[in-house]
Design a protein around this ligand. Sequence first.
Ligand SMILES: *Cc1c(COP(=O)(O)O)cnc(C)c1O
Length: 555
Amino acid sequence: MTGILKKKKIAYFSMEIGLLSDIPSYAGGLGTLAGDTIKSSADLNLPLVAVTLISRRGYFRQELDYEGGQIEHSMEWNPSDLLVRLQAEVRVQIQNREVKVGAWQYSLQSPTGGEVPVLFLDTDLEGNSLDDRTITHHLYGGDESYRLKQEIILGIGGVRILDALSYEIRKYHLNEGQSGLLTLELLKRHAMDTEAVKELCVFTTHTPVKAGHDKFSYELVSDLLGDFIDADLLKRFGGADSLNMTHLALNLSNYVNGVAKRHRATSMEMFPGYEIHSITNGVHSFTWTCPCLQEIFDKYMPGWANEPEMLLRVNNSPDSEIWKAHMGAKRNLIDYVNKETNVNMDYETLTLGFARRATEYKRTAFIFTDLERLVRANRKGRIQVVLAGKAHPSDERGKEAIKNVFEIKNNLKDDIKIAYLQNYDMNLAAKMVSGVDVWLNTPLPPQEASGTSGMKAAHNGVINFSVLDGWWIEGWIEGVTGWSIGPEPGENVPYEEARKRELEDFYGKLEHVIIPMFYHRRDDWIKMMNNSIGMVASFFNSHRMMRRYVTEAYL
Ligand SMILES: *Cc1c(COP(=O)(O)O)cnc(C)c1O
């Protein structure tokens, strides 16, 4: 144990971490990426320690009423079922009060012998005021002040906990800006030497939209943080008008990463003057490959789980076995759909899947834009559609989008079977990305920084049909690895025209390419499934991503 502790670690900070569905301290893509990062680090024996908040009430459990109205339940869970309470305790000052911060540990262990400790910070401790005890309860809940308190706990409390546990840290990796305050704690520890702090920090930005970056008024900052840091200095790094966590992290990190090549380009436009790199995201291959396919990969490409590059030899496995495994995953999903809803789907119909946060730019109802054309395509060969996704509790338009899908689903029920499943989480994601035939992604470009669910789908031989944004620009070869929707980024098509082309592509390819191939050229279809595994999954995995972080960002 001491040996491991002596090894200088990468401290990986993330507001949310999704390791398994039973630890509900995650909301979506950012958290599952963090979880996959940790799993690959353990597999690769990297010296990493992760820090997050305990989120004792989780994000929320989503229930949908018969009209698609979202009901949010808090998710009580018992940390002691899965985590170990550590003795260490530190204090941080908030509004001149001392707030005690404790930690729970989950040790992620890999079959390779690697191990990554994950620390969950907790303020629900005796001695803290009732109010302070709730700081680490709700992920993405509460108002600005609540959020800033959480970020103080994560950034400042996190650095102090690592210290209290005697970790020696070689780099601090900020997974998105919410942990940005750790830079201030480091400044104080390094006699305000900004170069020393920058040398210690790696920042991954995830949001290509301005509104997506956390901002706090300096009034609130000074109310909560008091004189923790000199106000002028803070403004120099965090922005003149308000504290922008992305700016703070950008200004105090020597290595800044965007999560796909396109996202790097958008970020460089958004933040001129900064050098931004692009290590494109990946997913943890073993976690996101369904058991039926794992078995085949084990048989024909033994060792693939810790060396996903091997997946490029997927053609060594017989097509019939790949198809059989896929049908196993499909049955698993369709049975679940039929248990949860009354739509009565079947195993043979071409099944499209769409699941992501219900928020405007993700365009949940995109495929229902022209119902006549959808029904016409369906006459060429039947389709059925499985959707899922939570809307943030304060995102009214996201909630409207879900209701809208419910209405369309009822109107179309005699033509096309559609199910919107409730409570999209990691378990449901695993079922969906393996159990459909085609994975759809229709964000409004360039707002999808990367996206990762399509990479999960590819690991299962599920073919991507997506807007050219985020990672898909790098993974897409038309008709080989999947299909595109809408223009290429380089084409510079005007806004309205681009939206028109997206609809043309979607309905045109569905009717004339995808449906005919699925029903009449099954061999070609399976070839594309193999390409998804061999050409997409072999690259878009978090092992490759972490090897690159090590050689380019950490060393
Ligand atoms: C993978 C995953 C996401 C991210 O999917 P995107 O394609 O990036 O939107 C969100 N939520 C859950 C539960 C996931 O497993």
